[in-house]
Design a protein around this ligand. Sequence first.
Ligand SMILES: *[C@@H]1O[C@H](CO)[C@@H](O)[C@H](O)[C@H]1NC(C)=O
Length: 402
Amino acid sequence: MASKSLCFVLLSALVAYYIYKPLPDNIEEKWKTMMLDATFRSLGHLATLAEMFGIKHYMDVMMLLTYAEHTEPASDNNVIITDTSFSDVPVRLYIPKGQSSTLRRAIMFIHGGGWCLGSATMKPYDQLSKQSSHKLNAVVVSINYRLAPKFHFPIQYDDVYKVVKFFMQEKVLEKYSVDPKRIAVSGDSAGGNLAAAVAQMLLHDPEVKVKFKIEMLIYPVLQALDLSTPSYQDNAFMPLLSRTLMVRFWSEYFTTDRSLFEAMMSNKHIPSQDAHLFKNVNWSSLLPEDLKKNHVHSIPDSQNTMFLKKYPGLLDVRASPLLAEDEKLVGLPLTYVITCMYDVLRDDGVMYVSRLRNAGVQVVHEHYDTFHGILLMTNWPFHFSIADHIVDKYLKWLDNNL
Ligand SMILES: *[C@@H]1O[C@H](CO)[C@@H](O)[C@H](O)[C@H]1NC(C)=O
């Protein structure tokens, strides 16, 4: 009996130790955040084990979450939802039911998941698209691009751009009664990366006459050059996106070869002779003082040129939109950027805000004291009220500006 109680106490202590994590004071709903983080971390541990024993690739296990959240296209009284494809790329299409005397607005949505995970069919993405379609009376095209580790850069980007090019044709817009002057592109995390990249490309593409009116970047990932920005350092262990996981996503985007991951972990993947490239991601000049804190900016001390030779995508603006020169940013559409304080990607977003403003682009920047991935937290058991608040604000702004 006594030994049973002792076991119970020890086990409880172990579980509590696993779950408990000190969090910043201004993060809301702390216990729920810890439970969420512990759940996600457990999946990560399972994935690490499966990979260690050669059973499955890390990302194949992480994909379980995507499958668990899968929804079928379920039309309702307001929106017709179908799974179809544009230019051979699968998309989930949302069309409002009501008759409209004027042309409709449209949103091209790109889901997140580090180019490795996620799907337009996941419940939170499906809900957001459905809500956007209904509330804005807009056509929503949610893009299911191919994922790593099976497919690498630039396949993800190419898939998205193919859909954008297909949809932006005048005859296609006409078919869906879409106003060519009122189209937005939006994406979260890696989807924000792809949204920023296609927006830059579209601006200078002479083959496509129709352009975006608005780009929405929700805690986007924007550069692979410096993986030790203050936010990467300060938030390395915050929920849900650890520095290790983000670096893993980055390396998987280019290759399954683990040596790139190791080099990126120590921020030694770019040789010092290419240090001049760092001017466009120089957080020393692009971040406000309160985010820099006492971090000291340094350029790489690596002599290894191998990775750049093998993976030139590392310096490609289609992978790292923050590397684009100023003149490529001039003329970008009105941009809405969401960043989160406790997110490794915070500084990517904040630096892009600075660079866009320097280039004369109009930017609305919303900054929240929360963690990465919050927009997905709109369902039981991990429903966060700040997620509702952010979604509300995002939709209202889009409704007023698109
Ligand atoms: C980054 O910015 C700082 C401060 O403005 C400057 O001293 C430094 O030379 C810059 N570094 C690079 C690589 O551009």
